[in-house]
Design a protein around this ligand. Structure first.
Ligand SMILES: Cc1cc2nc3c(=O)[nH]c(=O)nc-3n(C[C@H](O)[C@H](O)[C@H](O)COP(=O)(O)OP(=O)(O)OC[C@H]3O[C@@H](n4cnc5c(N)ncnc54)[C@H](O)[C@@H]3O)c2cc1C
Length: 434
C-alpha cells in the first residue's frame, strides 16, 4: 500500500531508480517524498504505477554568478539548503518542510512564509524537461510549450513527469534568520499584525488558537523574520539539527477537543507576553514540524487531513473571522492552525495562492471529517476562496469547480498533452481533473 503524509492509503505500486528517464517510461504518475497530505501522490487504481524520484537527485549545473541551478526532479529542499546555505544562497520560497522535492515544489507551486514578497516557487522556475503521456520528452518554459509550462506549475503531476527543473536562487546576507515573535490577544490584532508585518518583513506567519472560548478565539503567536546580516549572524554555518522520532502511532482517544484545547492554551501560555527578538537557526524558524520525525503519527491510526484554504482580501477581516468562527463550531480539533499572508496569484493555471489570507487547520480523520470539510467548503465558496490541492483529500468535484473558475482552461491544456487521460491520481479522479 502507498500512502500520503496524512496517512491516507491507496492502491498501486511504486518504482524507484536513479535513471529518471527510464523510471517515468511506464508510470501513470510521478511523486517525490510524498509530503502532500492527501491523495495527490497516490494512483487511482490497483494497476497504477507511481515513479518515485527520490533517487534521481543530482545537481546538473550551477552558476555562482547568477544563482541559477538545474537539478533533477528528486533533488530535495533539504539537499538544497545543506548545499547552498553555506554559499549564501537560499531557496526562492520558504515552505514549512524541507522534505520535499523540486518535482513536488513545481507541481504544487509551493508557497512559503514569503509568498507576499516572492510569490510561489513557479515564479522562479525558468525551464523544465518533461516526459509527456505520449512518452516524448520536451522542454517547457515561458517561450517553449508555454501552455504546458503554466499548466504544470501547480498542475499536481497531471501534465507530465518532470525530469529536471531550472530555477534561480537569491543571494542571502547570511544563512541565519533575524526573527521577532509577538503574542496577539485576539484575531483582530493578529490579522492587523500580519498585514503590518508583511510591509516590513519577507517572512511572516503564525499560529492561532481556533479552539479558544469567545474572546480568546484566534489569539496567537505572530512571527516575522528576515535573513540576518553578516554582522548579526551567529558564527559559522548552521549545522543540521537532531530530529528525535515519534516511535509509535498515538491512540485516537488521546486527541480530543479537551486535550487539544489544553495543548493550545499551554502553547500560548508559555510564550512571553513581551515581543522577543532573536537570531535563529534557519531550520528552527522555517521547519518547526520537521523537528520530530513521523509527527504525522500523532493523530492516530486513521490519520488526519489538513484543511488549507485562502480567503481573498475582498472578503475582508470579517470574512476570515467568520471562517475561523465556523472552524471552531464544526468541532475539528486542530493543534496547529496556521494563518499566513498570500500575495498575487501566480502564473500556474491551478496554483493555490491568491491575494488574501491562508488558513490551515489539521483534523483527525474521524467519521465526521467529510461533513466538516463540506461545511467549511460551502462557506469558503461564499467568500470566494479555494482549497490547496496539496493538502486536500475530501473536497468534492462540484465544490472544487465552484471554487476555481480556471479548471476548464486547465483541462483544455491537459487534454492537448494527455488526450487519453493516462496521467492520473486518486485526487484527479475524485476531483474529475482528467
Ligand atoms: C509539514 C509540512 C509542511 C508543509 N508546508 C507547506 C507550505 O508551507 N507551503 C506549501 O506550499 N506546501 C507545504 N506543504 C506541502 C508540500 O510542500 C507539498 O505537498 C509538496 O508538493 C510535497 O513535495 P513532494 O516532493 O513530497 O511531492 P509529493 O507529495 O510526492 O507529490 C505532490 C504532487 O506533485 C506531483 N509530483 C511530484 N514530483 C513530480 C514530478 N517529478 N513530476 C510530476 N509530478 C510530480 C505528484 O504527482 C503530486 O501530485 C507541507 C507539507 C508538510 C508535510
Amino acid at each position: 500500500m502507498l500512502s500520503g503524509w496524512g496517512r491516507v492509503f491507496g492502491p498501486g505500486r511504486e518504482v524507484c531508480s536513479e535513471d529518471i528517464e527510464a523510471l517515468t517510461n511506464k508510470a501513470t504518475l510521478t511523486r517525490g517524498l510524498a509530503r502532500s497530505y492527501g491523495d495527490s501522490s497516490l494512483p487511482d487504481a490497483r494497476d497504477g504505477i507511481v515513479a518515485s524520484t527520490r533517487l534521481a537527485d543530482r545537481i546538473l549545473s550551477f552558476d555562482e554568478g547568477t544563482g541559477v541551478v538545474r537539478a533533477e526532479a528528486g533533488f530535495s529542499l533539504l539537499q538544497l539548503n545543506r548545499t547552498f546555505w553555506k554559499r549564501n544562497f537560499a531557496a526562492p520560497v520558504a515552505p514549512g518542510t524541507q522534505f520535499i522535492t523540486l518535482g513536488g515544489m513545481v507541481s504544487a507551486d509551493v508557497h512559503g512564509k514569503d509568498h507576499h514578497a516572492t510569490g510561489g516557487f513557479g515564479n522562479h522556475v525558468s525551464e523544465m524537461r518533461m516526459r509527456l503521456a505520449s512518452g516524448d520528452i520536451v522542454t517547457a518554459s515561458r517561450t517553449e510549450n508555454a501552455d504546458l509550462f503554466k499548466a504544470a506549475i501547480g498542475g499536481m503531476g497531471l501534465l507530465g513527469h518532470i525530469l529536471d527543473v531550472t530555477f534561480k536562487m537569491p543571494k542571502i546576507t547570511s544563512p541565519w534568520v533575524a526573527i521577532e515573535t509577538e503574542k496577539m490577544p485576539d484575531l483582530d490584532s493578529y490579522l492587523k499584525g500580519l498585514k503590518d508585518a508583511a510591509k516590513r518583513f519577507p517572512f511572516t506567519m503564525g499560529w492561532i488558537d481556533t479552539l479558544g472560548a469567545t474572546g480568546k478565539l484566534g489569539r496567537g503567536i505572530l512571527m516575522r523574520g528576515r535573513w540576518a546580516t553578516a554582522e548579526e549572524a551567529r558564527p559559522g554555518v548552521p549545522q543540521p539539527l537532531q530530529r528525535p522520532g515519534l516511535p509509535f502511532v498515538v491512540p485516537e482517544f488521546a486527541i480530543s477537543r479537551l486535550t487539544v484545547s489544553a495543548f493550545n492554551a499551554l502553547y500560548y501560555g508559555v510564550h512571553p507576553s513581551t515581543m522577543r527578538r532573536k537570531i535563529e537557526h534557519p531550520e528552527t524558524f522555517f521547519y518547526p514540524l520537521d523537528a520530530i520525525r513521523h509527527w504525522n503519527r500523532v493523530y492516530g491510526r486513521r490519520g488526519f487531513t489538513q484543511y488549507q484554504c485562502v480567503i481573498p482580501d475582498a472578503a475582508g477581516p470579517e470574512g476570515v473571522k467568520s471562517f475561523v468562527e465556523l472552524l471552531r463550531k464544526t468541532g475539528g480539533s486542530s493543534m496547529v492552525s496556521v494563518i499566513k499572508d498570500c500575495g498575487d496569484e501566480g502564473e500556474g493555471m491551478l496554483s493555490f495562492p491568491m491575494r488574501g489570507t491562508s488558513v490551515a487547520a489539521d483534523f483527525p480523520a474521524r467519521d465526521d471529517v467529510q461533513m466538516i470539510v463540506d461545511t467549511l467548503n460551502a462557506h469558503l465558496i461564499e467568500l470566494g476562496g479555494r482549497v490547496y490541492l496539496a493538502k486536500d483529500r475530501y473536497t468534492r468535484a462540484a465544490d472544487y469547480r465552484r471554487m476555481d473558475k480556471r479548471v476548464d482552461a486547465f483541462l483544455e491544456v491537459k487534454r492537448k498533452y494527455d488526450p487519453q487521460g493516462r496521467l492520473r491520481s486518486a485526487q484527479s479522479a475524485r476531483l474529475e481533473l482528467t
